[in-house]
Design a protein around this ligand. Structure first.
Ligand SMILES: Nc1ncnc2c1ncn2[C@@H]1O[C@H](COP(=O)(O)OP(=O)(O)OP(=O)(O)O)[C@@H](O)[C@H]1O
Length: 327
């Protein structure tokens, strides 16, 4: 038997005509942060809901610490802590009480949970609101602090698998950085983490691997460096077009550089190219700038966001049978 903490194979779930998960396979090993990325409606929450037994799959299997989570949802759920996408209902509680209750429900002793809750509040820098009561009208505690409290509730007790569904929504930049550090540490201590997020740029630094979902299907998977092409030394040339200007990279065959991928988003054209072509790319872009065909350009290492946009644009083009928006 595999020692994976979470092992999903061929997971399929429909809602009427919508195929929300289409034969998805995914593994999370101890000590790993695995990202699950995808546009709105890609099927991420559907997948998470099946792992924690809130939805039954139409096909495929889910094993949590070796236990069949579809046949034995309660057993599997004991091994999983979930920070749901919806805000946790904290009404009437202080963050301290909410975190301590979450820890107590998972069997932590009173002194242990008290110490752990205080440590987490310190690390997340929410001490100012730790003893403040959340009111049912959404008052008392801000959305960001509610979100951070929900993260602490999921992470306070040791469990084999922590699932975080959009943990940084509403959270400010400084506290997001603290939270990412804690996510990484959770995994470094042996927990498996499944991380659902739209924040590709920030999450890239804590993920060991990721899967990109599009219309229910996994359209790209692997380590961040493999997906962004860093192992092959790819660069990204970002061209800003004047309003209404034609894409100067058309046709690709006529360019003085070889383009690995092309994605157009609004008035930006993102071109991925080999590092060996850097000098030619700068010369070409400088000419375009001089001729006012572009407003400006940057050349930088490719990011995971580029690869993510390319993977989802790819899948979109294939699904709609249109011309691909990239190479
Ligand atoms: N209970 C439901 N009834 C009908 N359709 C549903 C239901 N839940 C999800 N869907 C549909 O399934 C698809 C996947 O939805 P899901 O919520 O899993 O996406 P998501 O990737 O989590 O999106 P987001 O990033 O917006 O949270 C969408 O087309 C959605 O409309």
């Amino acid at each position: 038997m595999s020692d994976a903490i979470l092992e999903i194979e061929g997971l399929t779930r429909r809602f009427g005509a919508v195929l929300a998960n289409d034969a998805v396979s995914l593994k999370v090993w101890p000590g790993e942060v695995v990202g699950l990325l995808g546009h709105n409606g890609a099927g991420k929450t559907t997948l998470v809901s099946q792992v924690v037994g809130l939805l039954r799959p139409d096909g495929g299997s889910i094993r949590v610490v070796g236990v069949d989570a579809v046949a034995h949802p309660a057993t599997a759920r004991r091994c999983v802590a979930l920070q749901a996408q919806a805000q946790a209902p904290l009404d009437g509680l202080t963050p301290r009480e909410a975190i301590e209750i979450a820890g107590r429900l998972r069997g932590m002793s009173r002194p242990a949970v008290r110490e752990a809750a205080e440590l987490m509040a310190d690390e997340l820098d929410i001490g100012e609101w730790f003893g403040r009561r959340a009111t049912p009208d959404g008052g008392g505690i801000s959305g960001g602090v509610r979100r951070l409290t929900a993260f602490a509730m999921a992470a306070v007790a040791p469990v084999p698998l922590v699932i975080l569904d959009e943990p940084t929504n509403d959270v400010d930049a400084a506290r997001r950085r603290r939270l990412w550090g804690m996510v990484r540490r959770l995994a470094d201590q042996g927990t498996g983490v499944l991380l659902v997020t739209h924040n590709v740029a920030e999450a890239e630094h804590v993920m060991d691997k990721l899967a990109v979902l599009d219309r229910g299907r996994v359209v790209a998977a692997g380590s961040p460096s493999r997906l962004r092409g860093a192992e092959g030394g790819e660069l990204r040339l970002d061209l800003s077009l004047p309003p209404g200007a034609p894409d100067p990279s058309e046709p690709l065959e006529a360019l003085p550089i070889q383009i690995v991928r092309r994605v157009q988003t609004g008035r930006r054209v993102l071109l991925s190219l080999a590092a060996a072509d850097a000098a030619n790319a700068v010369a070409w872009a400088t000419e375009l700038r001089a001729a006012d065909r572009i407003e400006g350009y940057t050349l930088s290492p490719t990011t995971l966001e580029d690869a993510y946009l390319a993977a989802t644009a790819d899948a979109g083009a294939a699904a709609t049978d249109e011309e691909p928006a990239h190479v």
